[in-house]
Design a protein around this ligand. Structure first.
Ligand code: LLP
Length: 435
């Protein structure tokens, strides 16, 4: 597809910012091969301008609603990415004390952060309260304890489980009746009893139904559960509808239509406010929507191996760096950045980990040669964040491109990182000493 001098190599419904021009793949005008040369593959490459574009898209879709965006930090907590988001004036959704620390370090104010823990210790909840951050409590026992310790002195919010099954797969569907998350909507009478007994100040209600949900009807079904429940709480300042908006991972993927959703949300919200007698803020917590498509994972080809049944492209990476294909059967589109004009051939793209770690089977790529850089798309969300040191391999570097400039935001690991916190004890000798 030709747009001016740009050749957009992707399907029209996929709005990636990677472009092919002058026989080179570029991101914000920078050649990705040059970036690989400078920072060395394997590396995660993020397009900061694309992230900002996604925020703008949400803001324009929801312009008639009092919207606050809270980036689901767990998708990508590199502090330079968090800083970029902080500069855009959005807030954060965090799930651990450590993520609160990262958020504060990146310049977020405590009041811009929501803590949505799942079954954490009460000590962790107290530590976060001490930092001035709003908590979405997710169990009746935690609510009782919170009431005993803080009574009405610290406002709090409640995570509701709406009993709605939705999400890209079972592992990321979390709003159904069998899920561990939230306080069941069926337990509303018990919630109200504790709130009354402990004189709790409930400032918000929260819900997160799952990830990779494209159907606007699901979000509206959940919204209606929440608006109905909200009428039982007199002092609400916000309702937090969580994240889960679906982005395209491949051609033909259905994605959440944000403008249509915002429109439906607007009428349900207007009706709610009329019944409720005042306005509340609307929060959303997008993770994938803000960073998935902005991220590319660049890996180098170690070997091209022909077997009787297939041609394998073995790269200098594996499930230790990007686990989504193996863990969720996730499909990540990819291309050969080094040979854009090579003949198309069919390959299985695999990692170097000593168990099956397939990035993609039966993929059509321009001819792959040893040393070629393979670019894996949709790597911004839950890519680096779910990486590990399995096989005692180093985790990759991260590079953030913004306004045509590249910045190293995490260096490659070294042997020091593998050894950090390990203690060499020769236990056979230790026993001898004791004897
Ligand atoms: N809010 C809460 C409370 C969440 O638990 C999550 C994600 C989000 C917001 C953001 O969801 P998103 O907009 O990114 O779908 N590792 C999985 C996804 C796990 C999502 C967990 N919770 C994956 O790679 O697909």
């Amino acid at each position: 597809m030709l747009i001016g001098k740009w050749v957009v190599i992707l399907e029209p419904n996929l709005k990636f910012s990677m472009k092919l021009t002058n026989h080179q793949y570029q991101i914000q005008g920078l050649s990705i091969l040059d970036i690989c040369e400078q920072y060395t593959a394997p590396l995660y490459l993020y397009d900061g301008n694309k992230m900002v574009e996604q925020i703008d898209l949400l803001r324009s879709a929801y312009q008639d609603l009092p919207l606050k965006i809270k980036f689901a930090a767990k998708a990508l907590t590199n502090i330079s990415v968090l800083k970029l988001f902080q500069k855009q004036g959005i807030g954060l959704d965090v799930v651990s004390l450590q993520e609160v620390h990262l958020g504060l370090l990146a310049g977020f104010l405590p009041q811009d952060i929501q803590f949505t823990p799942s079954g954490v210790s009460f000590a962790e909840i107290q530590a976060v309260v001490d930092m001035g951050v709003m908590i979405n409590l997710d169990s009746l026992p935690a609510l009782e304890k919170f009431g005993e310790v803080y009574g009405s002195s610290v406002p709090v919010s409640l995570r509701i489980n709406p009993h709605v099954m939705a999400g890209g797969n079972a592992k990321i569907s979390v709003g159904h009746i069998d899920s561990k998350f939230g306080i069941s909507i069926a337990q509303l009478p018990q919630i109200l009893a504790v709130v009354k007994d402990k004189q709790l100040t409930i400032k918000g209600l929260h819900v997160h139904t799952g990830s990779d949900i494209f159907a606007g009807e699901v979000f509206m079904q959940v919204a209606n559960v929440m608006f109905k429940a909200a009428k039982h709480f007199k002092n609400l300042q916000f309702i937090d509808f969580g994240g889960g908006f679906k982005v395209a991972y491949k051609k033909g993927d259905k994605t959440t239509d944000m403008h249509a959703l915002a429109k439906n949300m607007h009428s349900a919200y207007a009706q709610f406010c009329e019944d409720y007698g005042k306005k509340v803020d609307i929060y959303i917590e997008p993770g994938k929507f803000l960073v998935s498509e902005a991220g590319y994972f660049l890996v180098k080809t170690n070997v091209v191996k022909q077997t009787p049944n297939a041609t394998f492209v073995g790269v200098d990476s594996g499930l230790n760096h990007l686990i989504r294909p193996m863990f969720y059967d996730a499909y990540h589109d990819m291309f050969n950045a080094s040979n854009p004009e090579g003949d198309l051939q069919t390959y299985n793209i695999v990692g170097y980990i000593c168990e099956t770690d397939t990035f993609g089977n039966q993929r059509q790529l321009n001819e792959v040669r040893e040393g070629d850089i393979i670019c894996i798309k949709n790597a911004g969300a839950y890519g680096f964040m779910m990486s590990s040191n399995y096989n005692s391999r180093f985790r990759p570097a991260e590079v953030l491109v913004y306004n045509g400039k590249s910045h190293l935001i995490r260096q490659h690991e070294t042997m020091d990182d593998i050894l950090r916190n390990q203690i060499l004890v020769d236990v056979t000798e230790a026993d001898l000493v004791k004897v």
